[in-house]
Design a protein around this ligand. Sequence first.
Ligand code: PEP
Ligand code: MN
Length: 343
Amino acid sequence: MILVIRPDATLEQIDHVIERVRELGFTAHVSRGEARTIVGVIGDETKPGSENFSAITGVEQVLPIMKPFKLASREFHKSDSAVYVGKVKIGGGSLAMIAGPCAIEGYEVLDAIAKYVKAGGANILRGGAFKPRTSPYAFQGMGEDGLKILRDVGDKYDMPVVTEVMDPRQVELVCRYTDMLQIGARNMQNFDLLKECGKAMKPVLLKRGMSATVKDLLMSAEYVLSEGNKDVVLCERGVRSFEDSTRNMLDMSAIPNVKGQSHLPIIVDPSHATGRPDLIPAMCRASVAAGADGVHVEVHNCPEKALSDGPQALLPHQFLDLMGDLRKLAGALGREFWAPVEK
Ligand code: PEP
Ligand code: MN
């Protein structure tokens, strides 16, 4: 990093800055200009202590050279990473379509929905067994019974499954049934959960918090990566804003923004971003066009009876139409939705 010294700093203050830089184990390269002195600091910028350079008298500005999210950054890994969920490849031109109901409600309902989404071309089945609900009186999910149903239905349709884990104490249990761990928007900065998922040998779907910056999202990914788990897929799902005609505000620029800074795959969830089935297809198309590595949508065969997020669910025939359009679009862009090889 580079320390820009204040123009009025005394020689003693500059000497003190250099002394602190060396004390912390860095090498200091001092460049004294006529008007300004700058100190180049060589060494691992993530080392504890370096965040305090701006607190030293005489230092005007600290300019980091490396990203604070080292493992997630493109500096660390130049080419795009791909993450495998079961056989499904996400990234490197291979697109994910994660589809299913918001919550697992029972075997028959999930089976019916899975049949439709599989036929439409979804390659990963979703469904929540532990639901983060705003109201404690709302349906909280079926817990382990739901996980068993998700596993059975996923196996029946030969689809890997993803489900949310809300608490570090649930990670082991959820890992027994799922192929991918979802960390929800509300838990994006639950650091104990991030660390626990980082220790698990399952890919992680990390959703952007509703008031999180792109940098916050990448720092949360760094928590998982730094525990040894390299398989992180990011998910843009909208952020809170003043707009009240949509559930959240979808930040489409997050896709190229993340791609520029990180090698990790990123998908988009227009269901939670907009909360509106009439807007979801256009936002799915925009996501693929913007370079996303996949899409995540909620589908229900009877939204009026859904136990969670019914109003934003696509009907099976809407999902089918959407997939038809997305396949054409992906093809035109030289990418494709991962599909099993026909035998
Ligand atoms: C979900 O996927 O059902 C969910 C709760 O998503 P989010 O964490 O993005 O709100
Ligand atoms: Mn939902």
